[in-house]
Ligand binder design. Structure first.
Ligand code: FES
Ligand code: FE2
Length: 585
C-alpha cells in the first residue's frame, strides 16, 4: 500500500509523471506543506485522515475539484489540509482565508517536527482559524479505513464518498452492526423518567431489554431484564416497583432494586448449585449519568463515557444541556433502516428542498448562503457537528426575519425556539435600535434578562458554542441546542428488522429553578403523518425517510454518493461503525 520516496509529490511534479487536474492538486498540496515528503519512511501502514474542517465553498475556491480523496491518491501515506474561509462560490464574503497543512503520519515518527504553516495566498490572513481548527494528532480519527478493517465488515465503506446500499438492507450487515450496540455508550433514558427510588424504565436495543432503576441512594443501575430462572422479562415499559422488588410474573422469584436475589419460591426444590447468589443476581450494564441523561454500555470493559463522547460532550456541556428538562417526548416508527433515518439529521443540505419555509427570503442565493455557511466537523469516535459559526446573513435580512425564523421553529416543531422566546423577540420589535445585528443582539439580551428574572439558568454563547446547528453523539443521538431549549433525537433499530427503526423525539427546555416537571413520560408513538402530534418540520423530514428506503430497493441503485463537505459527518458515522465492528470481530 505504501509509496516509496520516488512517488513523493516533489518527484511527481519534477518528473512530469502527472498532468492536468492531478498536477494542479499536487502543486497546491506541495505549496502548503513545508516538509519534504520524501522523509516519510516507506512501508508505513498508514492511511489518510481526511480533513477535519472543510469549508465547502473554500474548497471550491482553492482548487476547483480538490478533495482529500485525490490527495490520498497522490500520496497515500497521510495528508491533511485545513482550509477555512468565507466564500459563496468563488466570491469571497470575507476577503481573507487561511490555509493549513499537516502530515499527521509524521507526528508519529518525528514528533518534534513542526508541520503546519499558514501561507498568505493573494489575500490578507486573518484570525479566522480558531484554536479548534489546529490539527491535533489523534484527536480526530476519521478517514478511510484500512483494508484490515474493511475485511471484517460484511458491506464495508471502501470509499467514503460512496455508501453501499446493502448496508441498509443486508441481514448479515445488520447482524454485524449488533456489535455497535453492544460496545457503544448509548443514551438509554432521561433521569426525569425515574425520579424516585424504585422507579424503573425499560430500554430495548437489538433484542436486549434493560431496566434502568433508581436506587434508594439516588444512584441508577441498569439491569438485564431476564429472569435468572427461565428467562421471563421481569418488567415492561415504566413504573414503580412495588415494595422495591422486582417480581417475576411466572414463578414469583424476586430481586432487590440493585439486582441481588431476595426470594426463590420453594427453594428446597432446587439444587443448591443453581441457586448461588452470584448466579441469581441480575446482570448489570455500565451506567453513567450525564446532563440529565442515563447512558449505558453493555461492554463492561468500555472506556469511561467522558472519554468516548469527547469532544461532543464538552461542546454540549458548554451549551448548558445539563439544564434541560423534557417538555415532551414522542416516538414514531419508520419503515427505514436506522442509518437512513439518522442521515437526514446529519446534514442541513436538505433544507432548501425539504423545508423551503426555512429559507426566509426563498431565494437560491440565501439557500446557498445557508448551505455554504454551515461548517461540518467530523470528530473522532464517529461524533460530529454542524453549525454556522459566524452567522452571516443576507444583506436584506431584517429583524422581522429573525422573529419569523424563531416563530417557524416554535410553530413548526414546538422545540428549539418556543412561544416564550417569540413573545420576547416581538416585544423588542419597537425597542431595539440600530442595524439588524444590533437589534438581534438586543433581543437576545432581553432573553437573558427575562431568564435571569424568571430564575432560568441560561448559558451565554461562547466562541465554541453558537446556538443552532446540531451535535451528533455516536452511534445514534442528536441534540440541536438553541437558546435555553433544544430538540433531541434518538434512532434505534426496530427489533430484528433492518428496514424499520424507532425514532424518539424530545423537546427540551430550561425551566425556572424549582419549577422543573417532576417526571418525564412518553406521550406515545404516533404515525409519521399525524398532524395533531407532529409539527410541519418533523413531518417534512419523516416524509423523505421511508421514500429513501423504498428507493434503495430499486435494482438501479448501488449506493449513496456523498459530498465530502456537507455530508462528511455521514461518512464519519459509517466509517466509525465499521471500525467498531472490526474491533470486536
Ligand atoms: S421464569 Fe422467572 S421465576 Fe420462573
Ligand atoms: Fe430536516
Amino acid at each position: 500500500m505504501c509509496e516509496d520516496s520516488s512517488r513523493s509529490i516533489e518527484n511527481l511534479l519534477a518528473t512530469g509523471s502527472i498532468s492536468g487536474r492531478r498536477r494542479r492538486i499536487a502543486a497546491m498540496v506541495h505549496r502548503f506543506v513545508d516538509h519534504p515528503l520524501s522523509t516519510i519512511p516507506s512501508g508505513n501502514p498508514l492511511y489518510l485522515r481526511k480533513t477535519v474542517h472543510r469549508h465547502p465553498a473554500t474548497f471550491a475556491h482553492v482548487s476547483a475539484r480538490s478533495s482529500w480523496r485525490r490527495a490520498e491518491y497522490l500520496h497515500p501515506t497521510a495528508l491533511v489540509i485545513h482550509i477555512t474561509g468565507r466564500y459563496l462560490g468563488n466570491k469571497p464574503l470575507v476577503p481573507a482565508f487561511s490555509a493549513r497543512a499537516s502530515l499527521p503520519a509524521l507526528h508519529r515518527y518525528q514528533p518534534q517536527t513542526t508541520l503546519a504553516r499558514e501561507e498568505q495566498i493573494g489575500m490578507s490572513l486573518t484570525d479566522l482559524t480558531p484554536t479548534e481548527l489546529e490539527f491535533e494528532p489523534d484527536k480526530y480519527a476519521s478517514g478511510a479505513n484500512p483494508p484490515e478493517v474493511q475485511a471484517k465488515v460484511p458491506c464495508p465503506v471502501v470509499d467514503g464518498l460512496r455508501i453501499p446500499r446493502d448496508r441498509y438492507v443486508d441481514k448479515d450487515h445488520y447482524e454485524a452492526e449488533r456489535k455497535v450496540w453492544l460496545h457503544s455508550w448509548q443514551m438509554a433514558a432521561r433521569v426525569e423518567e425515574i425520579p424516585e427510588a424504585g422507579d424503573y424504565t425499560e430500554y430495548e436495543i437489538v433484542g436486549n431489554s434493560v431496566l434502568i432503576i433508581r436506587q434508594t441512594d439516588g444512584s441508577i443501575k441498569a439491569l438485564h431484564n431476564a429472569c435468572r430462572h427461565r428467562a421471563t422479562e421481569l418488567a415492561k415499559g415504566c413504573g414503580r416497583l412495588p415494595g422495591g422488588q422486582l417480581v417475576c410474573p411466572f414463578h414469583g422469584w424476586r430481586w432487590n432494586l440493585d439486582g441481588s436475589s431476595s426470594y426463590v419460591f420453594a427453594d428446597a426444590a432446587f439444587d443448591a448449585r443453581t441457586l448461588a447468589k452470584s448466579e441469581l443476581a441480575l446482570r448489570e450494564c455500565l451506567v453513567e449519568v450525564w446532563a440529565g441523561m442515563v447512558f449505558i454500555n453493555f461492554d463492561r470493559n468500555a472506556r469511561p463515557l467522558h472519554e468516548e463522547l469527547s469532544p461532543a460532550k464538552e461542546i454540549l456541556d458548554e451549551a448548558g444541556v445539563g439544564n434541560l428538562r423534557v417538555k415532551w417526548w414522542k416516538q414514531v416508527v419508520l419503515d427505514a433502516n436506522w442509518k437512513i433515518a439518522m442521515e437526514a439529521f446529519l446534514e442541513g443540505y436538505h433544507v432548501m428542498q425539504t423545508h423551503p419555509q426555512l429559507i426566509l427570503s426563498g431565494t437560491e442565493e440565501e439557500a446557498l448562503r445557508q448551505t455554504y455557511g454551515t461548517e461540518y466537523t467530523a470528530f473522532r469516535g464517529g461524533h460530529g457537528r454542524f453549525h454556522s459559526p459566524r452567522g452571516e446573513r443576507a444583506s436584506d435580512w431584517d429583524y422581522e426575519d429573525f422573529i419569523e425564523s424563531n416563530r417557524l421553529l416554535a410553530q413548526g416543531q414546538d422545540a428549539m425556539a418556543l412561544d416564550r422566546e417569540v413573545q420576547i423577540f416581538e416585544g423588542m420589535r419597537n425597542k431595539a435600535q440600530g442595524t439588524t445585528a444590533e437589534k438581534v443582539a438586543a433581543a437576545i439580551g432581553a432573553l437573558f434578562e427575562y431568564a435571569a428574572g424568571a430564575g432560568i439558568p441560561m448559558t451565554p454563547p461562547t466562541p465554541k458554542i453558537n446556538w443552532g446547528g446540531e451535535i451528533f453523539v455516536f452511534p445514534n443521538f442528536f441534540i440541536f441546542p438553541m437558546f435555553a431549549n433544544a430538540l433531541s433525537y434518538r434512532v434505534r433499530p426496530h427489533l430484528d428488522d433492518p428496514e424499520k427503526c424507532i425514532f424518539d423525539v424530545w423537546s427540551l427546555m430550561t425551566y425556572p429553578v424549582g419549577q422543573e416537571p417532576e417526571r418525564a413520560e412518553l406521550r406515545g408513538a404516533f404515525d409519521k403523518d399525524d398532524t395533531e402530534n407532529w409539527g410541519l418540520i418533523p413531518r417534512q423530514d419523516f416524509s423523505n425517510i421511508e421514500r429513501q428506503q423504498r428507493g434503495l430497493k430499486s435494482m438501479s441503485y448501488e449506493g449513496h454518493r456523498l459530498s465530502p463537505t456537507v455530508e462528511s459527518t455521514i461518512t464519519n458515522m459509517h466509517e466509525e461503525i465499521d471500525r467498531v465492528i472490526a474491533a470486536h470481530s
